[in-house]
Design a protein around this ligand. Structure first.
Ligand SMILES: C[S@@+](CC[C@H](N)C(=O)[O-])C[C@H]1O[C@@H](n2cnc3c(N)ncnc32)[C@H](O)[C@@H]1O
Length: 237
């Protein structure tokens, strides 16, 4: 069952995205009912600080997190290509969770766990130096100035990511929104824990070779917008 945020977490941060969309087809409803409990990370029952390896059996030494995985096609492709890695996908939108569950079942993927609640609530519960890679692909841009404080990238989330990412871990961001891109570059590279990895003037135009276009990216390209890709490394120390 797709559970609402716990009362405690409701008190801490307000969730701005939508959790429900179109009524789920029967097969997807069944996936939520039967498959989600097997891979669900229940934020309300986590003992903090947690080692994310504990969510996997057998254990994975390397853990990657995708925040807001949408339809889950990028996460499923990464999980298939990297069976040695344990993947945590965070998403609040029920239809997206059902879609990832279906892809995961079709490809018989065993290395995905799903956090069906606000990623901003989860980060503070994770122990130091726990994550080896983090993806934030096409976060909601909240384009109006008065909504900028809703953006996922902010001092507080960067501080948390800095704490929970291992030195050398990569933080990948993609956006098609020029103001969000500027916003990221005003925040992430100036954070003392992160450095922007850039080897040429056109780097930001090229999707990493080991990545696929997400559903949102495909739509952005169809509608004439330009994807931008940023990679930040967690500095040592
Ligand atoms: C614009 S969509 C992009 C989806 C996907 N990454 C893609 O590129 O197709 C942003 C996604 O982030 C999810 N999201 C927004 N805030 C979130 C949060 N605090 N925790 C987890 N997911 C969140 C939304 O539900 C939505 O599916």
């Amino acid at each position: 069952m797709f559970k609402p945020l716990s009362d405690a977490s409701k008190n801490r941060v307000h969730l701005f995205g939508r959790r429900k969309g179109k009524r789920l087809r029967d097969s997807l409803r069944q996936a939520i009912k039967h498959d989600l409990p097997n891979v669900r990370i229940d934020a309300a029952s986590i003992n903090s600080p947690c080692d994310p390896k504990q969510f996997f059996e057998p254990k994975h030494e390397t853990i990657w997190l995708e925040i807001g995985f949408g339809g889950g096609e990028h996460l499923a492709a990464q999980a298939k290509a990297n069976p040695q890695v344990g993947f945590i996908g965070a998403e609040i939108f029920e239809n997206g969770i059902a879609s990832l569950l279906r892809q995961s079942a079709t490809a018989a993927l065993k290395n995905i766990r799903i956090l069906d609640s606000d990623a901003r609530e989860f980060l503070p519960m994770v122990g130091d130096n726990s994550l080896d890679r983090v993806f934030l692909l096409y976060p909601d841009p909240w384009p109006k100035k008065k909504h900028a404080k809703r953006r996922f990238i902010c001092q507080a989330t960067l501080d948390q990511l800095a704490r929970i990412m291992r030195p050398g871990a990569e933080f990948r961001i993609a956006t098609d929104h020029p103001e969000y891109a500027r916003w990221c570059l005003r925040h992430a590279p100036v954070h003392p824990a992160f450095q922007w990895v850039i080897s040429g003037p056109n780097d930001w135009r090229c999707r990493p070779e080991d990545s696929i276009a997400t559903r949102y990216e495909q739509k952005a390209i169809r509608e004439g917008r330009t994807p931008m890709y940023f990679s930040f490394l967690r500095n040592p120390g």
